[in-house]
Design a protein around this ligand. Structure first.
Ligand code: KIV
Ligand code: ZN
Length: 515
């Protein structure tokens, strides 16, 4: 269909390449289910050859997802393609996405290959992937800095070899909209059999133009856009799904395309991804930022009250703000709790985990009157973390803080099953808390980021804290939620420590393995 835009989400693959944003298998399945509710066409679930954990996660997503196509990334290497095919076996609809770099700098310096060799490898990779599935996508990595004649040659060869989707990435976020329009237009006009495939683009945000470039590509004829929730991704991120979808919907007069996304699922999915990855959304971010629909100036408020469209081009409820309001409270029973989790696509494999989550829910309901979906998501994240057999656990925390006095924290942790006590003073209560933890664990980590968000509104809302720790170049984001933000901070710090103790080496897709 000429006017249908395919939405290809790569939050679980390129999004996971953000420093410290790695997700557990269960978290990936939760996000995949949310993406399916959002009705994305293709979910790129990961890079199966990267590690056994990545392989299992892609397989688990392939098992869980029934409506969207599940895609696995593979360099133009037999071992990558075979591994991707194996992980995707359970998928109802499977796509293999294979790629090779085509720019002079990547071919010479990274791959150490001649252009002729690159064309041969591309043909071989597409043919090999076609042995497993008809749905094969081919990408020319660093297309933005590739010579256009060479790109035409590679793409023609990939189409002849059986690729169904041809993806043109701006891998390094270098392009600008008018140039990207020209490039895509030239390729679609010049490559033989261009009309037999779906053209796609994949833009990074290094110059802040990923969304603008993707939209220019749509105007030039691409009918698939690769994007991520909240614009998460390598370095400055990828094009943001919510911005692209709302741009084409709101300006259909300009773009003339439709997509099947259920926009009311945008905000819940954004919140889920932010909670799981520990990458909070900036308040002024388009569509999903807390202030995206808040009118501050008196003139604007007056206008909106008189007639909403004076200052609003979209409706907050259409993108899912206030979509899932208050659901449960102190008197809600286990069945209501389980039913709401099922609505949110959350399933516990073990009955004990559901019981544990229900117990945490009851504890929270004692402190907080209204429990919202966002609280439930945070609570499930915590329950899953507890099930990860964490080495370090918080038992209790006491913090003294008074005007004019040095704050002091006393903490009790369980470390590898044994109870340990620590105490420290600090510049502020959070600093004292982190120092008290370090007085026990001596991790030698550097604190790179500390941020607090409220999960919902109101003074009894839970504070959600994100902590990013760096240990010798390995980075982990930890999260913690509690109505007491010092407890949330301690939980987040401990969570990051636990993640650092289990992270293992993984291959990166854009590191050459061809030599
Ligand atoms: O940015 C990029 O070029 C990629 C490819 C693997 C498509 O992520
Ligand atoms: Zn990318």
């Amino acid at each position: 269909m000429k006017d249908r835009l395919i939405i290809f989400d790569t939050t679980l693959r390129d999004g996971e390449q953000s420093p410290g944003a790695s997700m557990t298998q269960d978290e990936k399945v939760r996000i995949a289910r949310a993406l399916e509710r959002l009705k994305v066409d293709v979910i790129e679930a990961g890079f199966p050859v990267a590690s056994p954990g990545d392989f299992e996660a892609v397989k688990a997503v392939a098992e869980a997802v029934t409506e969207s196509t599940v895609c696995g990334l593979a360099r133009a290497l037999d071992k990558d393609i075979d591994r991707a095919a194996e992980a995707l076996k359970p998928a109802r609809r499977a796509r293999i996405h294979t790629f090779i770099a085509t720019s002079p700098i990547h071919m010479a310096k990274k791959l150490k290959m001649t252009p002729d060799q690159v064309v041969e490898e591309a043909i071989h990779a597409v043919r090999r992937a076609r042995r497993y599935t008809d749905d094969v996508e081919f990408s020319a990595e660093d297309a933005v800095r590739s010579e256009v004649d060479f790109l035409c040659r590679v793409f023609e060869a990939a189409i002849d070899a059986g690729a169904r989707t041809i993806n043109v990435p701006d891998t390094v976020g270098y392009s600008i909209p008018s140039v990207w329009f020209e490039r895509i237009h030239t390729l679609i006009s010049r490559v033989p059999n261009a009309d037999k495939v779906v053209w796609s683009t994949h833009c990074h945000n290094d110059l802040g133009m990923a969304v603008a470039n993707s939209l220019a590509a749509v105007q030039a004829g691409v009918r698939q856009v690769e994007c991520t929730i909240n614009g998460l991704g390598e370095r400055a991120g990828n094009a943001s799904l919510e911005e692209i979808v709302m741009a084409v919907k709101t300006r259909r007069d300009v773009f003339g395309v439709t997509c099947d996304i259920d926009t009311t699922q945008i905000v819940p999915t954004s919140k889920l991804v932010a909670t799981i990855t520990g990458y909070p959304v900036q308040p002024n971010k388009a569509i999903v930022g807390a202030n995206a629909f808040a009118h501050e100036s008196g003139i604007h408020q007056d206008g909106v009250l008189k007639h909403r469209e004076t200052y609003e081009i979209m409706r907050a409820e259409d993108v899912g703000w206030n979509a899932n309001r208050m659901v449960l409270g102190k008197h809600s029973g286990r069945n209501a709790f389980r039913a709401r989790l099922t609505d949110l696509g959350i399933e516990f494999k073990r009955e004990e985990d559901l019981n544990e989550a229900f117990m945490r829910f009851k504890e929270l309901a004692d402190k907080k009157h209204d429990i919202y979906d966002e609280d439930l998501q945070a609570l499930v994240t915590e329950t899953n973390l507890a099930a990860m057999h964490e080495r370090v656990k918080l038992i209790s925390l006491k913090v003294q803080s008074e005007t004019g006095e040095t704050p002091k924290a006393d903490i009790t942790l369980s470390v590898d099953g044994g109870e340990r006590e620590g105490a420290a003073t600090g510049g502020g209560p959070v600093d004292a808390t982190f120092r008290a933890i370090e007085s026990i664990v001596h991790s030698g980590c550097n604190l790179q980021l500390f941020s607090v968000n409220n999960i919902t509104t109101g003074t009894d809302a839970q504070g959600e804290v994100t902590v990013r720790l760096d240990k010798g170049g390995r980075i982990a984001n930890g999260q913690g939620a509690d109505t007491d933000i010092l407890v949330a901070s301690a939980k987040a710090y401990i969570n990051a420590l636990n993640k650092l103790s289990v992270t293992t080496e993984r291959a990166h897709p854009q590191v050459a393995d061809h030599i």
